[in-house]
Design a binder for this molecule. Structure first.
Ligand code: DOR
Ligand code: ZN
Length: 427
């Protein structure tokens, strides 16, 4: 055995004081006592599966003033995430085989952690679904316009989903209906205008269109960043092949809790009412919501400090997501079981990767957490290029050690592997 570690590990839904053995990057044994070439005893600290973020925008290539695969993956690693799936709204957009191959080479060179890539399906590349499927981990469909988005018209959705279903890949949907957004468009001076422009009704219409267009299909369909009671209602009793995601910002903020003209909270879909937020929490806790996804969408401080109407939508969140929710677990707002399901088990199942659980034959992707060590989020200590966080000053529990495929990636503040350590997953 290459290495063994010992501590209070989260195995099969409970904590057990035990040893975990690593061999060739995999978990090779979980036993009370194990001996390896190297043994690390973490004492009272918790050993959890590392997080998987199925929704990030690392901006590479095209917008590397905001982020690149190196800084994005470093930020993820410090936040206990060892695998990310990157969105296609880069430049050139990931809508052709060439762009996907180029992006894969960039990630291969720069990423500290494992990664997968989505291809977007637009009105112009539906015919290429099969070809794109060979080089991507899944597909993204934008049904409404957003930052550099690549839209698919609702009329083409059925055709696109049918083609994708033949590839067995997952489809992630940005569910805001474009005609509805257009109908409510206005000059925006503050977050209330932004919310008026993108009402819950647009999410509801879009979710219903997806349900309607995917009847008879069994391939996986994931509704990204659910944000409203109306969307929630529309999804009630959804078919088994559907899953639902929520972001930290939609769970932690509502329009009443934040300053109305602050561009930091300008994001699509928008931050909504306290009732919407409560409903989403309810869904995250009772299991209606399947996945926590950061929708890490970094923009520079300069870009965000523009006039409200011109400032881009999106918030950086990949480094703070797991730590913020560990603090929520400590406050007993969420159970460990729900958190690990939302951030580790379900994402691994959806993207079909051997991670997300401490179990023999899975990748040895783990984090070590001192549950007594509550700290405070400080943007200057984070690793994203964007340099700001909507969660400044929030309580959080950061991992003290992170392993990816059995290698120690982070210890304390130190990064111990080189750029390019990350591998492509989910092809
Ligand atoms: O607020 C958002 N920002 N929503 C999206 O859908 C895209 C993202 C971005 O890429 O900045
Ligand atoms: Zn996104």
């Amino acid at each position: 055995m290459d290495r063994t570690i010992e501590g209070k590990a989260y195995i099969n839904g409970t904590f057990e004081t035990c040893c975990i053995g690593f061999e060739n990057g995999k978990i090779s044994a979980v036993k009370k006592i194990l001996k390896g070439n190297e043994h690390i005893d973490f004492g009272h600290k918790l050993i959890l599966p590392a997080g998987i973020d199925i929704h990030v925008h690392f901006r590479d290539p095209g917008f590397i003033q905001k982020e690149d695969f190196s800084t994005g993956s470093l930020a993820a690693a410090y936040g206990g995430i060892t695998c990310v799936f990157d969105m296609p709204n880069t430049q050139p957009p990931a809508i052709t085989l060439n762009a996907l191959v180029e992006k894969t080479l960039i990630a291969k060179k720069k990423s500290f952690i494992d990664y997968g890539l989505y291809a977007a399906i637009t009105d112009d590349n539906i015919e290429n679904v099969e070809e794109l499927a060979k080089k991507c981990s899944g597909f993204k469909i934008y049904l409404g316009s957003t930052t550099n988005s690549l839209q698919l018209s609702s009329q083409q959705l059925k055709k696109a989903l049918h083609k994708i279903s033949k590839t067995q890949k997952i489809t992630l949907i940005h569910a805001e209906n474009e005609s509805c957004l257009k109908k409510h468009e206005r000059v925006e001076h503050n977050l209330k205008d932004h919310l008026y422009h993108r009402p819950s009704e647009c999410e509801e219409i879009s979710v219903r269109t997806v349900l309607e267009s995917s009847k008879d299909l069994s391939s996986k369909i994931h509704i990204c960043h659910l944000s409203s009671c109306e969307g929630f209602e529309a999804l009630r009793g959804h078919p088994k092949n559907f899953s639902v995601g929520v972001t930290p910002h939609h769970l932690f903020f509502d329009i009443k809790s934040i300053h109305s003209n602050h561009t930091f909270y300008k994001v699509n879909p928008p931050i909504r009412s306290p009732l919407d937020r409560e409903t989403l929490w309810h869904g995250a806790i009772n299991g209606f919501i399947d996945v926590l996804e950061s929708d890490h969408a970094p923009h520079t401080l300069e870009e965000k400090e523009a006039e409200f109407d011109k400032a881009p939508s999106g918030v950086p969140a990949v480094e703070t997501m797991f730590p913020l929710f560990l603090a929520e677990v400590k406050k007993r707002k969420m159970s460990f079981n729900r958190l690990i399901s939302l951030l580790c088990e379900k994402p691994a199942e959806l993207l079909n990767i051997p991670k997300g659980r401490i179990e023999k034959s899975r990748d040895a992707d783990l984090i070590v957490v001192d549950f007594k060590e509550m700290s405070t989020i400080k943007s200057e200590k984070l690793h994203s290029k964007s340099g700001w966080s909507p969660f400044e000053g929030w309580p959080a529990i950061f991992p003290s050690c992170v392993f990816v495929r059995g290698e120690k990636l982070i210890e304390g503040q130190e990064i111990l592997v080189k750029q390019g350590f990350g591998r492509f997953v989910g092809e």
